[in-house]
Design a protein around this ligand. Structure first.
Ligand code: EPZ
Length: 423
């Protein structure tokens, strides 16, 4: 089984450059299906979720040319299928964006129910509701989602019962080429929603209000190809390095990020006692003492992101006093706390709340990555711990962090990648 060995403890020092945002890229790649032409994308993260999406698009007939590992030209002129292979789509969550984008172009679409991180129940009822409001028929059977329309989709009011990133993105994708006006209310406001809207608008879509509670889309007949679009920097990768810098009592300049997107994380690091300096497109985080404890409650943007919850927990594990985490988005996002207990952390997690009592030190242990962000937290814990921490199930981590060992190595960490421990 492949693994990382994190040699701790270590104080991070230096500069790191953030990659393009995974959760923007996994919506923008399928969004290119809405145009029968070429899209030139820059700052695309080189991660396994993107490589999987490239394979899916190619299986539908896209021609994809890599200019470099982070820059690609997608030509969807010859896409002729709207049935995506279940082997490819069942592996990760964001494959559901194929529904909204392919419905804009084809009468009948089929994908398998999306997989992804195990964070508890992950329903797609709000996605389905949005498609149905626009006139599509959607059926879920035998592990597949079948969506169809007899005429063009028709713009309509859509009210989302829960604030959902995926449903907001899918409603935008489906409404872009619909006839008439769609007004989507109670939408998610995450930076990746705004990035998807900006990308579609750069191809001639008419989407207003992304980043607010209400998005208005005036359907257009067709989109035109885009000569160059650069994906925003990854908010969660940035936050991961911010926390890692603070908890290792390091000093790190994090480049190519958007400080405004980081405000909820910056606020918690300041409460913990870190120094955070913001520049135009970089942030410097340093810390030279034991962190103070604090309370963190996850909520949709601009609240504290659930995808930073496991990482910020590492600060609390070694803080003075007792801190608390309240998880308001996913029902099973505390599984990783059992792994941290193996390293000496004192955490009691029940339902939506975890109480974290700070300890003096963490110690190395073999630990598992329950999901992508939990895996990143295991690496940070390994950087803090005494000894060599073996992190297993690292395929989760590789889904969302580009060059993670090299980026940490540039900051002075020693994280070995072991391909197969039998060898
Ligand atoms: C996105 O998932 C992200 N994934 C997740 O990041 C992230 O944790 C999540 O948003 C919240 O920020 C991608 O962007 C690919 P949601 P998504 O729909 O869109 C409920 C990572 O580590 N809900 O905003 O699937 C749902 O159960 C991943 O990068 C419904 O009830 O999340 C949850 O409680 C992990 N019905 C809440 O809404 C629906 O139809 C928010 O989920 C849809 C969602």
């Amino acid at each position: 089984m492949e693994k990382f060995i994190v040699h701790g403890p270590c104080r991070l020092n230096g500069e790191v450059t953030i990659s393009g945002a995974k959760n923007a890229a996994v919506a923008i790649l399928p969004a290119t299906l809405l145009v029968k032409g070429k899209c030139h994308l820059e700052n695309v993260p080189d991660i396994s979720d993107i490589r999987a999406y490239v394979k899916i698009l190619e299986s539908l007939g896209s021609n994809i040319e890599y200019i470099s590992k982070n820059e690609l030209i997608i030509d969807n002129s010859n896409v002729n299928s709207a049935i995506a292979s279940s082997e490819l789509t069942s592996k990760f969550r964001a494959s559901y964006y194929l529904l909204g984008s392919l419905l804009g172009r084809f009468d009948k679409v089929q994908i398998s129910l999306p997989g992804g991180c195990n964070l508890g129940a992950r329903p797609i009822d709000q996605h389905i509701k949005a498609f149905e409001r626009l006139g599509a028929t959607v059926e879920v059977r035998n592990g597949n989602v079948y969506a169809s329309r007899t005429t063009s989709l028709k713009g309509a009011p859509v009210f989302l019962d829960v604030v959902s990133v995926g449903a907001t993105m899918n409603a935008i994708l489906a409404a872009t080429l619909a006839e008439g006006t769609t007004v989507i209310e109670n939408v998610a406001k995450e930076p990746h929603i705004v990035d998807l809207a900006n990308f579609l608008n750069s191809m001639g879509a008419q989407i207003k209000g992304a980043g607010t509670d209400t998005i208005k889309i005036t359907g257009v007949k067709e989109l035109h190809q885009v000569s160059s679009y650069s994906i925003i920097p990854d908010q969660i990768e940035t936050g991961t390095f911010m926390v890692a810098a603070a908890v290792t009592r390091g000093d790190v300049l994090i480049k190519n990020c958007i400080p405004k997107h980081m405000e909820p994380i910056t606020a918690k690091l300041l409460e913990a006692g870190a120094t955070v300096k913001e520049y135009e497109d970089s942030i410097r985080v340093s810390m030279d003492k034991k962190p103070n404890s604090f309370t963190v409650k996850t909520s949709p943007y601009p609240g504290f992101p659930t995808d930073m919850q496991p990482q910020i927990c590492i600060l609390l594990t070694v803080a003075s006093g007792t801190g608390m985490i309240v998880e308001n988005i996913w029902e099973s996002r505390f599984q990783y706390t059992d792994e941290l207990a193996k390293m000496g952390a004192d955490i009691s997690a029940h339902g939506t709340t975890a109480i974290v009592k700070g300890v003096d030190k963490l110690y190395s242990a073999p630990v598992h990555s329950h999901d992508l962000r939990a895996g990143a937290a295991m690496i940070i814990a390994g950087l803090v711990a005494e000894g060599n921490t073996e992190v297993y199930d690292i395929h989760h981590i590789l889904r969302g962090y580009e060059d993670i060992t090299a980026k940490f190595a540039n900051l002075g960490a020693n994280i070995e990648y072991v391909k197969n421990e039998e060898n």
